[in-house]
Design a protein around this ligand. Structure first.
Ligand SMILES: Cc1cc2nc3c(=O)[nH]c(=O)nc-3n(C[C@H](O)[C@H](O)[C@H](O)COP(=O)(O)OP(=O)(O)OC[C@H]3O[C@@H](n4cnc5c(N)ncnc54)[C@H](O)[C@@H]3O)c2cc1C
Length: 301
């Protein structure tokens, strides 16, 4: 069976960028992607130099098209369900849901993160009316009447202050959480309205928010804004492979993608379990790929 030099799991900007770098370094690469990239819910991505406003699917297709120039890169549109270390060998077996197995010397985890919303229906509006990153989507919401939905005081204050840069017409919704006197004073000095009633429903159609209904029966008409989700790594590959992981979910690395386990590398948002951006994730993929290639070079020279 063919042995790949490296298997890249995840074809977001980090995995695509890593695969490009490794393909150009003539490495035999298997890239797996199952289409669950975090930004799949939105229509436009912003801030990636030369690609401002590009559709996320188009971004991925452009990345995959570039990889076709490098014959040592194989792309598989499927999920990796399991990674098994072969005993006493520098080899791993990666498995797909249909029972296919692939052998690889190194693994690069680039599987991203996902959101958790305390109000599940937020997901219906996420990426169309409600966003989490003002740098990504603030420009399009500039000067509009906005909501900021967040439930921890630190998140409320951080996100609201940031969003204020793009629009000063903000209603903060804490969904039943009371802010401290100091927190309230900070927002009120900028005439920001705070509604701490629990939210009953978000109402709209086809991802377009129209209004928010509170348990009190009150209705707030707002059609866009920002939310502060929690984030998590959607798999335990790093833990199962024995990589050291901090309590906060951050996988310990040497700063360029090498984990504490030989032959296991990590790149993109999944490393710190925190959101960043397309550009930063792509840069991290490039860095980790250089680490993979450096190690392969030194081991084999
Ligand atoms: C609504 C929204 C809007 C955004 N807008 C912007 C923006 O305008 N500009 C910007 O810079 N950033 C934006 N972002 C953030 C951006 O999407 C992320 O920073 C970026 O996608 C992170 O890249 P990544 O490679 O780490 O992870 P991802 O892009 O999430 O890619 C991870 C990939 O791994 C794959 N995968 C996961 N598990 C497996 C598995 N077991 N087997 C196979 N494949 C697997 C998934 O299919 C996915 O494609 C936005 C995010 C959201 C949610």
């Amino acid at each position: 069976m063919k042995v790949f030099d490296c298997t890249v799991i995840g074809g977001g900007p980090s995995g695509l960028s890593a695969s490009l770098t490794l393909g150009r370094a003539r490495r035999k690469i298997a890239l797996f992607d199952d289409g669950t990239n975090r930004n799949r819910v939105t229509q436009e991505s912003h801030g990636f130099l030369t690609r401002d406003g590009i559709n996320p699917q188009q971004f991925k297709e452009l990345g995959l098209k570039e990889l076709k120039n490098y014959p040592s890169v194989s792309y598989f549109n499927t999920t990796i369900t399991e990674i098994i270390k072969v005993k006493d060998q520098d080899r791993f077996i990666v498995k797909t849901p249909n029972g296919q197995e692939y052998i690889t010397e190194k693994i690069l985890l680039a599987t991203g993160i996902q959101e958790i919303f305390s109000i599940p229906t937020i997901r219906n509006y996420y990426g169309k009316s409600l966003f989490s990153c003002p740098y990504c989507d603030g420009w399009e919401q500039r000067d509009k009447p906005l909501v900021v939905i967040a439930e921890k005081e630190e998140h409320v204050l951080h996100l609201t202050k940031l969003v204020y840069n793009w629009s000063q017409d903000i209603v903060v919704l804490t969904n039943g959480i009371q802010l401290s006197k100091e927190g309230i004073a900070e927002l009120q000095k900028r005439n920001i309205q705070i509604k701490s009633e629990a939210i009953k429903a978000l109402i709209g159609y086809d991802g377009l928010l129209q209004k928010i209904e509170f348990v009190t029966g009150e209705i707030l008409h707002r059609s866009c804004g920002f939310v502060a989700p929690s984030f998590y790594r959607p798999n335990h590959f790093a833990e199962k492979l024995g990589c050291e992981v901090k309590e906060n979910g951050k996988v310990i690395t040497d700063g360029v993608g090498r984990t504490t386990q030989k032959n296991i590398y990590i790149a993109g948002e999944t490393e710190k379990s925190r959101p960043t951006s397309l550009l930063i994730s792509a840069a991290k993929g490039n860095k980790a790929a250089v680490a993979v290639n450096t190690d392969l070079t030194m081991e084999r020279f």
